[in-house]
Structures are given as structure tokens and as C-alpha cells.
Design a protein around this ligand. Sequence first.
Ligand code: GDP
Ligand code: ZN
Length: 355
Amino acid sequence: MPSLEDLGWTARVAEAFEPHRLKGLSPARVSLEHTHIYRVLSPEGERLARVAGRLRHDAAGRADFPAVGDWVAVETPPSGDARIRAVLPRATQFARRAAGNPTEPQVVAANVDVVFLVSGLDGDFNPRRIERYLVTAWDSGAAPVIVLNKADLVEDVEAFVRDVESVGQGVPVEIVSAKRPDSMDRLRAHLGRGRTAALLGSSGVGKSSIANTLIGEEILRTRDVRPSDSRGRHTSTSRQMVLLPSGGILIDTPGMRELQLWDTGEAVAGAFADIDALADECRFRDCRHASEPGCAVAAAVASGGLPAHRLESFRKLQAEQKHQAAQQDERARIDIKRAGKIGAKALRARLKEKG
Ligand code: GDP
Ligand code: ZN
């Protein structure tokens, strides 16, 4: 059985857990999320757990519910499912817009220390996309590592590395091949006991292959056929958080795979530190680096000091954020309207009563 430290327990978590310990609850980490039931991992083993009624009642939104990677305070009856009474504060979190509700964040992985941003060195290698994943990583609070996979398929790896380093801003770049198990040591170097990692990247870049190679067996996302299931063949997720034999923890949830860019201005600045630094020299504080006079960013592009594609990426991302912000405003407007309508309805009803 793993110790709490193997599971990522830290002094910070211990401190947050203290009041729950005094209530006789035990610490555990969420390793799997189904619709209404969870699997939690602790030094006592793995067991099913449900959210306690009180926690469900007090939750202000989806983000208050447990997510894979969360530390939780559980009550464990001698038999039956454990009860999750509290979710401890998250050190980091990956969130996405919940399906059907574009403005409500849903946490898809919590307490990730290091995130491997995986790209494949085959067909659709795209530094712009890496840039966007970097933004998502910074937004989460996890430390990014750029992973270039499928190195076995290319001759000149260095050319790719140069491309990536120009967008990577000093983020470590690791070149691996899931087909060469020894290359996984490059990733293991970022792990170690109690460190939690997650994989982020487009479909087909080799995330499952890397996960399986790190784990040493096919645990994550193995396809199976359930004879009793009329829908037939489907992808089953037997594990979403696993302890690695070489130390460390790997999280791979379906939600992580569907991550979309979530709006934060700060994250953009983090990924575009070069543009940010130049912008300090722009004549106007609110310079959009479009065609304003005295724009230091445009000047840097003109003199070759800043690659033009950097500014282009920056603009695209800004446009996307603007779009998201507008969507959120729209949503808020609808909510206010709806609340107003309900108010008016109640008022009419009351007037009628009095009437
Ligand atoms: P995912 O969608 O990111 O999980 O990608 P998969 O792990 O399913 O891999 C997609 C395809 O790429 C599969 O056919 C893998 O066998 C192949 N693949 C993954 N990693 C490598 C690699 O390092 N080298 C080569 N040649 N193929 C790879
Ligand atoms: Zn400017």
C-alpha cells in the first residue's frame, strides 16, 4: 500500500487537513471520477466513495465537487462506500468549460505538479499549438515540460527543438519516443516520489503510449469489449490516476483530453513574456501593437528582434480571449434577464393575490 507521501502528501496538505483529522476523518486522494461515484486512494487502499449530502448541498458550483487528483476528507464506515465530507484547497487545477454551460468551470485534474505538453514529431507538428498549451499550463499553476514524442520518426530533431525553443521561453524540452522505453527516463527525471504529472496534447500525439510506457503495462485507456454492453466496443478508463512504479503519480482523465483554452489574461502574459517586456516601452499603455505610433513591439518585429509569428500568435490568443469574455458577458446578461423575469413574475403574482 502507498504511504501518504507516495500519494503526494505535503506539509501544506497536512495543514489543510488538520481540522478534518480532529473530526475523525481520514485523508484520501481521488483516483477516479464516475458520474456520481468516485474512487479514492489512501494508505488503507482503494475504495468507492460518494459525496456526502452536506458537501453536495453546500457546493456553489461544479468546481466545488471532487475532481481526480483532489485531496479529500473521508468518513469510512466499516462496510459500504466511503463518504467524501470535504475537498481540500487545490494547489493547482486544470479547468474547462462544462458541457452545456460555457461559463461554469469544471475541474478536470487537481494538484498536478508537472504537466507534459506532448507533441508528435510527425505530420502535424505545430509550435503555435504548443504555445497555446503553454498558456493552459501556466493557467493551471502546474510546471510545464514540452515533450516532443515520436523522435524515432525523424532524422533532424534539432530543427524541431530550435522551433520549439523560440516559443518555449526557457521551459524544458524533452525529446522522447514511446517506442523506446529508455527515453522515458527523460520524463521520469521530472517526477519522483509524490510528484504528480499529467499529459496534455492533441489526439494522436502519443499520450496513451507514453502513459503505458511509463506505467510499464497497459492500464490506462485500454480498449475492451463488454459482452453485456449493447453499445459494444468502447474505450474504458480503468484508471485515471496511477502510481508509477518508478515513483510519482500520473493523471490522465477524459476531461484533460478535452481541455479548451480557459480565459485568463495573466496566463497570456506568462506565455508571451517577450512581448510583455517590449510592451513596457510602447508609447501608449493600452497599445494593442496593431498600428499605434511608438509601438515597441511593432518596432521589434520590423528590426527582426521579435519573430513576426510571435505577435501573430499573441493577437490570435487575444482575439480568442475577447470572444470568450464576450460569451461570458452574454451569459451573465441572460442570467440577469432571467432573474429579472422571475422577479417580475413574482411581483405580478403578488399583485394578483392582493388584487
Ligand atoms: P494519444 O491519442 O495522444 O493517446 O496517442 P496514442 O498513444 O494513442 O498514439 C497514437 C498513435 O501514435 C498510435 O498508433 C501509436 O502507436 C503511435 N505512437 C505513439 N508514440 C509513438 C512514438 O514514439 N513513435 C512512433 N513511431 N509512433 C508512436
Ligand atoms: Zn505596442
